[in-house]
Design a protein around this ligand. Structure first.
Ligand SMILES: *Cc1c(COP(=O)(O)O)cnc(C)c1O
Length: 362
């Protein structure tokens, strides 16, 4: 099999403007902690309409920092969706808390106030609400129903919006975390961001990113708490800034691709739930013959992926704690498959995918 000619399920989109931006940063005075980082944070905050944005070396580091600042610690629980990337839960484990899981709503594939109510306990110290595949989760309703800090995991949802504005404006959450891994809406190769409306959170996020240092006048600085080196370099920030300019076009193209799948595969597979503000990080369909579909597409040169194995079924979690099963997440997991969906996917390639799905399931 020649993987170079396979159609991938996702791929970053880079152009000469990105190359120039990184090259310019590379020959500038500062390779890290410089003007590219500052500008990326300012421009990102503007893009999602949040007062503060703090960049990190990855989305995982961003989640770790947000959970720390929200007060998650030993003896507590951190509640997130059963259907997510492991990092949404691991951030609680890093801090000595027990990750716990809420089931998904079968109609939205996100957590809901009901599934949160079933899973929350007196030890829950924060909730990480995931916008699965880019479909906005009901953060507004969850905020009204609970009193613990809410951290949005918006790794899939840059470019998504609701009636309350862009995801990331923290209208009804404490902090919102993003990832710039190449699979995501925009990339900085590796990178992440936390947005917030709280000045105090922003200060503490910056402190955690840089060893727990508090800078004073002149040369003096002191370490007040145990932080990390979670800084984003200026090369990565320069790429992030260049990519951010293209976000509206990227999202428009993702929505166009989703629309073409909905027409081309109508009646053949179960479609993802519809939302006007959907960012379509993934276009995930459901079909009882998922394994046959995966293999049939692979044999026709098309790579697909399963998002996700419910987190608590991973050995790290399963072997260390007794989890109640989340039946909706498991039923979804048995049937789901993410089809190719990324801005540079051509109409011809997508037609090939649609044709292949129809062929395999015929
Ligand atoms: C990608 C992703 C992360 C982690 O981001 P990285 O930048 O890869 O560390 C966290 N949560 C979700 C839901 C993701 O998809």
């Amino acid at each position: 099999m020649n993987y170079a000619t396979m159609i991938p399920y996702t791929r970053h989109s880079l152009d000469q403007a990105d190359v120039k931006a990184v090259a310019a940063a590379l020959v500038s005075e500062r390779l890290t902690q410089g003007p590219q980082l500052d500008a990326f944070e300012v421009e990102f905050a503007e893009a999602v309409e949040a007062p503060y944005a703090v960049a990190f070396s990855s989305g995982t580091a961003a989640l770790h920092a947000a959970a720390h600042v929200a007060g998650v610690g030993p003896g507590q629980e951190l509640l997130t969706s059963a259907l997510t990337f492991v990092a949404s839960a691991n951030c609680g484990a890093y801090l000595g808390a027990q990750p716990t899981f809420a089931d998904i709503d079968p109609d939205t594939w996100n957590v809901s106030t009901e599934t949160i109510a079933d899973a929350i306990t007196s030890r829950t110290s924060a909730i990480v609400v995931v916008h699965f595949a880019g479909y906005p989760a009901p953060v507004h309703e969850i905020r009204e129903a609970v009193s613990v800090p809410i951290i949005e995991d918006a790794a899939h949802a840059l470019g998504a919006h609701t009636e309350h504005g862009p995801v990331g404006n923290c209208a009804h959450s404490d902090m919102c975390c993003f990832s710039f891994h190449p699979a995501k809406a925009i990339t900085s190769a590796e990178g992440g961001m936390v947005t917030t409306r709280s000045r105090e959170y922003a200060v503490r996020l910056r402190q955690f990113r840089n060893h727990g240092f508090v800078l004073s006048n002149g040369w003096y600085r002191e370490q007040r708490e145990l932080g990390f080196n979670y800084r984003l370099s200026d090369l990565h920030a320069a790429l992030g800034r260049s990519q951010l300019k293209k976000l509206p076009r990227f999202i428009e193209r993702r929505r166009e691709i989703a629309g073409r799948y909905r027409v081309g595969l109508a009646g053949v597979v179960d479609m993802p739930p519809i939302h006007l503000g959907h960012a379509y990080h993934l276009f995930t369909i459901r079909h009882p013959r998922r394994q046959a579909l995966y293999e049939g597409l692979r044999d026709r040169g098309i790579t697909t992926q399963v998002h996700y194995t419910p987190v608590y079924l991973n050995p790290y979690y399963r072997d260390s704690h007794r989890y109640e099963s989340c039946p909706n997440a498991e039923a979804y997991y048995a049937e789901c498959l993410s089809l190719p969906c990324f801005p540079d996917l051509t109409d011809d390639q997508q037609d090939e995918v649609i044709e292949a799905v129809r062929d395999v399931l015929a």
